[in-house]
Structures are given as C-alpha cells and as structure tokens.
Design a protein around this ligand. Structure first.
Ligand SMILES: NC(=O)c1ccc[n+]([C@@H]2O[C@H](COP(=O)([O-])OP(=O)(O)OC[C@H]3O[C@@H](n4cnc5c(N)ncnc54)[C@H](O)[C@@H]3O)[C@@H](O)[C@H]2O)c1
Length: 341
C-alpha cells in the first residue's frame, strides 16, 4: 500500500511513518519543517525514520500543504492509495498570536489534500481533528454524537471546518474520510510546546512550572502508541456510509456519505496536579509550581467517549499514565543528555 503521511516530521506523523514502514507499507512523508518549535527535533525525527530497517520504502520531501501547484504535482505523480493528513498549525494558544498561520496550513492546506484525494482516486483519507472542537461543551464525557458548534479558539474552528469540508467531499465525490479527534497526546519525541514537555523541562532545569487555571484542569492524556494504533486501525477500516442515518434526526458522528469522526483518548481524565506528580515521580525530582489563571482559548476539562471507535474498529487506547510518563521521561533524559543519580 502506498501511503502519504503529511506532517511526517511532526510528533505524531513521525511515529505513524515508522509504524507503517514496520508493516511493509510504502510511505511518502511530507512536511514544511517550519520553526514553530525546534527544527532540529523535527530533523532528528526524520533521521530516525530514515534509519528504520525498511527505510528503502520511505521518501521524505519538504512541501507546504498550502502550496497548491506542489500538492497537485505530488498527488498526480505518486497516485497514493491512502492518505494520513496530520500536517497542521497545531496549538490553541498560538492561534491567538498568529491566526493567519491556521488559515494557510489548516484550511487552504486541507483543501489541497481533499482535491488531491478527489482527483487521484485515493481510497481513504484519515485526518487529524482535535478534542478542542468540543469548545464550550460541558457535557462529559465528550461524545462524537454531540453537536460541536461552539469552538473557543481559531485552532478549534479550523479543525471543525476540516470535518465539514471532508463531509462535502464524502457526499459529493464519495471520498471515504475519517476525522480523528485526538486528546492531548504525549510520549517520546513529543512536542516542546505542550504541557508534558514544558513540565519535564522546567522540573529538570529546576525552574517553576506554569500551572494554568490554578491546576484545576482535567485532561484526558493519550499515549502516542495508542494514537498511532488508532490511526493505523482506522486507516485499514475504510469509512462507509451509515445506512441508518436520518436527516430528520441527524447523528453528528456519521452520515449517509462515507464520512465519520471518532474520539481517540484514554477515556481517563487526570487532574493536572496528579499529572505533575506522575512526572515528578518519573523524574525523581520535585516541581516548583507557579499557579496562574486560565488562559484564553483553553477549556477547563477534556474527557473522551471512545465507544464509537471501539464499536466500529474494535480498538481501545490502553496505556496507563504512569507507564506512558515513564517512557516519555526516559526519552527526554536520553535525548537531552540529562544525568540524574
Ligand atoms: N499532539 C496533540 O496532542 C494533538 C491533539 C489534537 C490534535 N492534534 C493534531 O494532530 C496533528 C499532528 O500533531 P502533532 O502533535 O504531531 O504536531 P506537530 O506540530 O509535531 O506536527 C505537525 C507537523 O506538520 C508540519 N506542518 C505544519 N504546517 C505545515 C504546512 N503548512 N505544510 C506542511 N507541513 C506543515 C510541522 O512542521 C510539523 O512537523 C495536527 O494536525 C494537530 O493539530 C494533535
């Protein structure tokens, strides 16, 4: 199977490339290697893929998804069987600083991916959505069957827009699409702008860590291996129309068209302070905490209902927090050469 992975130098994308290579797929990875965070970390992730035993089946190209001619060329030349679209401007907080980056990468870029799939008979498009689409919803756990029309950041709005755009292509052109709403992903090779990384860094550097909303958040953290398994599993299980879907009582998670959305989360929300304690234990050091108010665009709690994913694919995330954090902290110490005794 020939598969395009966009965002291949990213945290999740690099792990997905490795997993697909491992099982023998041919993988074309693209990424624009932007400097939203440390570019060396992105290059090291690509190097890691290029060192895989099956790397002969891997090609990496630097492409920006909003570059329409480049994307048209790529799709026409390569004729992918399936696409995993993960390239995006990520991060809730940065969307208040640089909103245009989200329109370029997440809206124009997504459009180019949809058109590439439509014009070149791609069999299935799996793309990253986000738990942030739940926005102002307070009904827990967050269910894919609930309406998500109240985003509280432009990042969230761009991901919800992707789900809507995908639906039109599934409806008009019968393109099978699956949107995956990820819930705070963490693990080895993780993102330096996210709390697990920021917390570990502050703990090792003996600096106070910023704890927003005075630590009263609850987050459904999801270990990277669980996300990768969920992506690969849904990629294999091509979206089909739901014959029971009715326009009179429309289910928000499916359609008559081959379109669906799933949550992927651990289904175990953890209090932020408990989370910090788990990192402290793995690091063998105590954190200094600076308690701060909630940041604009943030939501207080996230909690995934993953039953739709389990029902359709049989897959359920399984890694417990302690195991996942231990693996993350071990990687962090190794990568940044931190000596502890
Ligand atoms: N990590 C999480 O907790 C999380 C949660 C919800 C959703 N997501 C989504 O999952 C996907 C992957 O996230 P990640 O955590 O691996 O982030 P990441 O930033 O590590 O990976 C995204 C990659 O896409 C690349 N990219 C960005 N803009 C691009 C563009 N215009 N053209 C080509 N490449 C571009 C970046 O260089 C980066 O390597 C994203 O769509 C993100 O929005 C992630």
């Amino acid at each position: 199977m020939k598969i395009l992975v966009t965002g291949a130098a990213g945290f999740i994308g690099s792990h997905v490339c490795l997993s697909l290579l491992e099982r023998g797929d041919e993988v074309i990875g693209i990424d624009n290697l932007n400097d939203y965070y440390d570019v060396n970390l992105k290059l090291d992730r690509v190097k890691r893929i290029e060192n895989h035993d099956n790397a002969v089946n891997f090609t990496f190209t630097k492409v920006a998804v909003e570059d329409r001619p480049a994307m048209e060329r790529l799709f026409a030349e390569q004729r992918f069987d399936k696409v995993v679209h993960l390239a995006a401007q990520a991060g809730v907080r940065y969307s208040l600083e640089n909103p245009h980056a989200y329109i370029d990468a997440n809206i124009v870029g997504f459009m180019n991916v949809l058109e590439g799939c439509r014009c070149n008979d791609v069999q299935h498009l799996v793309y990253a959505s986000s738990s942030s689409v739940y926005g102002a919803n307070e009904s827990m756990p967050f269910s894919v069957h609930d309406n998500v029309d109240h985003p509280v950041s432009l990042y969230a709005a761009s991901k919800k827009a992707n789900e809507l755009m995908a639906h039109t292509y599934s409806h008009l052109y019968n393109l099978p699409t699956t949107g995956l709403r990820f819930f705070t992903v963490y693990g080895p090779w993780g993102r330096p702008d996210m709390s697990p990384f920021l917390f570990a860094k502050a703990i090792f550097e003996e600096r106070p860590l910023k704890v927003f909303n005075y630590g009263n958040h609850r987050r459904d953290f999801t270990y990277i291996d669980d996300i990768v398994e969920g992506i690969v599993c849904t990629l294999d299980n091509t979206a089909t129309g739901n014959p029971d879907w009715s326009g009179e009582n429309p289910d928000a998670a499916s359609s008559k068209a081959p379109w669906r959305v799933y949550n992927i989360g651990a289904q175990t929300p953890v209090h932020l302070l408990e989370y910090i304690e788990t990192i402290e234990q793995a690091a063998g050091k105590t954190a200094q905490k600076e308690l701060l108010p909630m940041q604009p665009g943030d939501v207080p709690d996230t909690y995934a209902d993953v039953e739709a994913l389990v029902k359709d694919t049989g897959y359920r995330p399984k890694t417990d927090l302690k195991t996942g954090i231990k693996a993350f902290v071990e990687w962090y110490k190794d990568y940044y050469k931190i000596e502890t005794n």
